[in-house]
Design a protein around this ligand. Structure first.
Ligand code: PLP
Length: 400
């Protein structure tokens, strides 16, 4: 740990994960020890656990305007996304093999689509504009008589853009097609009502709203019948096998309850910090691009491209100063490809490579922002001083 008196730890990666709220932890603890029963056992220990699962299911359903019979617990967002896509693709293969999604989805959707393509399904990837928004008119044109599913995320994990899901869903339903949305980043940050959105399926994950990791859910509207995805048990009304993660399910319900109860207050605090950060960066650091839509955006997200430098170098230098954020590229997965989201928005490869995502949370303060801006100015200056691209720019050899 750096002993510099100026040093502080600043966590600005809340879209990657959030710390578990202490009240959520307290809700979970009894189900690890005293109330450890298997929710499927018929004895008293089992009934106690089953009651906790049922209570959590009803609580979550109410918070998103669903029925409790429409909530299916999963191991997280990735599983729920896989289930939604493959479950509908397999169940409806006799009606058609065409699926529509967007070009900026999370890897859980993208990789599922690639698997389906390899199995003979046809995918259409809707483009986005320079702000990262899908066009309802393009969706209308893409729908075909053999389309069986449309999946467009509610909010993007890299640039925070909030899609017009309600409108996209209406267009999809007019064509008699099912609509799924990945609401992993949106849940707990903006209001989410399945009734208001009108969606047939919706994915969410507890660790993005101060709940535990490894638990999420798929909302499946009554009457919609995707194929089973995880088999081998009678849990989740026989639709998803596997012993229920009782502590995490109880924790997720508590986390969502707190997130919804305090949504306005938290969003106001987080948005004011984010807006202050954005204005400071734009004022004090030249040659930066603020990626995404300024209005149709999650309150926590700020994504910047810093011209002439590598996002990874910036990220590592910020980490040495105690600041945790995330780079847009898929470097962590062993690929040097820049973010597919930023490329889909039309950014040049070099610019996309210099992109960093800062995501704020309820525990952040103005001092965190001031410290981060101060360090950013120092590090960006240092990295540009050794950047061949910046040297070429100053000599007029290249333009931004
Ligand atoms: N979908 C989106 C938009 C995400 O941001 C994430 C996680 O970052 C996931 C799905 C995957 O969720 P989980 O981490 O619960 O598997």
């Amino acid at each position: 740990m750096n002993k510099n008196s100026n040093y502080r730890q600043v966590y600005l990666d809340h879209s990657a994960t959030t710390p578990v709220d202490e009240r959520v932890l307290n809700e979970m603890l009894p189900y690890f020890s005293d109330k450890f029963g298997n929710a499927n056992s018929i004895h008293g220990f089992g009934s106690e656990a089953a009651l906790a699962v049922d209570t959590a299911r009803r609580k979550i359903a109410k918070l998103i305007d669903a029925k409790h019979t429409e909530i299916y617990f999963t191991s997280g967002g990735t599983e729920a996304d896989n289930w939604a896509l493959k479950g509908v693709a397999f169940a409806r293969r006799d009606r058609g093999k065409h699926i529509i999604t967007s070009s900026i989805e999370h890897a859980a959707i993208m990789a599922s689509c690639k698997q389906l393509e390899a199995q003979g399904y046809e995918l259409t990837y809707l483009s986005v504009n320079e702000k990262g928004l899908v066009s309802p008119a393009e969706l209308k044109k893409a729908l075909r008589s053999d389309t069986i599913l449309v999946s467009v995320m509610l909010a993007n994990n890299e640039v925070g853009t909030v899609q017009p899901v309600k409108e996209l869903c209406e267009i999809t339903h007019e064509a008699g097609v099912l609509f799924h949305t990945d609401a992993v980043q949106a849940m707990g940050s903006i209001p989410v009502s399945v009734k208001d959105l009108g969606v047939d399926m919706l994915t969410f994950s507890a660790h993005k709203f101060y709940g535990p990791k490894g638990v999420g859910a798929l909302y499946i509207k009554g009457g919609v019948k995707p194929d089973k995805f995880v088999v081998g048990g009678h849990q989740e009304r026989t639709m998803r096998g596997g012993t229920t993660n009782v502590p995490c399910v109880a924790g997720m319900a508590k986390a969502l309850e707190l997130a919804v109860e305090n949504l306005d207050e938290n969003a106001k605090h987080i948005k004011s910090l984010r807006d202050y950060f954005v204005s400071e960066v734009e004022k004090k650091i030249p040659h930066v691009i603020y990626n995404g839509d300024r209005e149709k955006r999650l309150p926590q997200n700020a994504n910047f491209s810093f011209e002439f430098i590598e996002g990874e170098s910036l990220l590592l230098n910020l980490d040495l100063c105690g600041i945790a954020c995330s780079s847009g590229s898929a470097c962590s997965s062993g690929s040097l490809e820049p973010s597919h989201v930023l490329l889909a928005m039309g950014l040049k490869h070099e610019t996309a490579h210099g992109s960093i995502r800062f995501t704020f949370g309820k525990g952040n303060t103005k001092e965190d922002v001031d410290y981060t801006v101060e360090k950013l100015i120092e590090i960006v200056g240092k990295l540009r001083a050794i950047s061949p691209l910046f040297a070429e720019f100053k000599e007029g050899i290249i333009n931004v």
